[in-house]
Design a protein around this ligand. Sequence first.
Ligand code: AMP
Length: 381
Amino acid sequence: MRIGIIGAGQLGQMLGHAAHDLGMECIFVDPSDLPPAQECGEVLKAPFDDADALAHLARICDVVSYEFENVSVAALKSISDIVPVFPPPDALQHAQDRLAEKLLFQGLGIPIPGFYPVDGRADLDAAVAAVGLPMVLKTRRFGYDGKGQALIRNAADLDQAWDALGGAALIAEAWVQFDYEVSAIGARNQAGEIISFPLSQNQHVGGVLHSSRAPLEDEVLRQRAEGYLHRMLEKLEYVGVLALELFVANDQLLANEFAPRVHNSGHWTIEGAQPSQFTAHLLAITGAKLAAPNMRGFAGMLNLLGEIPNTARDLAIGTLHDYGKDPRPGRKLGHITVLADSAVERDQQMSKIEKIVNLLSVENVTQAQPEQAKPGKLAQK
Ligand code: AMP
């Protein structure tokens, strides 16, 4: 079975390794020199929306998927006559536009923070009236990891936020004083079988994922989040892995966004679950059966951003995943996973690693986006 993947970053790399274990082959399309996934499959060097490269990929593969969200939906649709493309381009279209995404959540009865579309400066004032303060102004498209966002704490922030982001299609959202963030990750195959991974609890720093822990042992939240996830998978006639990110605020679950792909908050599944999210994605898109994931213990994941210090390479605990990327402030270069027999032991291991590795990850993230750490400050794209 040959799988075409648009994008050869670290998610492609992890898919490529999982494919190898399943006896499948991955071929990637990516314009970069030396992308991470080159170590596990051929890379066709071309822009992500290059019509000839994608048509070639479609002809030589049994199925085509993608590993990031800014793939052209039109380009995907143009090859779906030649080869099955999963997840469905229609799901990607919803994920690419925060307004379409919110309307999808709303239509499915999935609770979300208050929101208001902002297309002009006057809308921003109307958004304050509709949503209240503080609120966060976000670009509707091409935002990720907290980029393209401005936090508005009071009326004095409005002009600055507008200067930073005005011009693009925007959406204002109520700022949620959440207790913590979780992600619900699941997969659906072509036959409509659905599996879900245990909820993972996520910590972000400056809008970027810092760490994840699973399973979150809260049966009520798990059932509710899984219910929302199932609604989405079914409504979108989804095939592949989908990650739904939610805020937990006063026992309420509010959807933030979804990713039609394998997700950073599910990297713990490589060691922590059988199948991993990567294996589940490959099984789902190739028409295989899906079995409910077995947990191998209490899992945790720490992102390594900006650089991978030598201390991270010499750890006696945990497993280091080095994506082989050039260091750059704030860039996701790798992660460390831990697996333990109890949540307490897992958390102890994670704290130990954070100390040994000197939490460079947090420092770098904060340096890369200093403005975004607190409400009232602005983050620009
Ligand atoms: P996003 O790119 O929308 O996933 O935002 C990145 C991170 O910013 C989220 O994981 C949250 O930590 C924070 N964030 C985004 N939107 C909100 C919101 N409406 N209220 C509070 N925090 C938010």
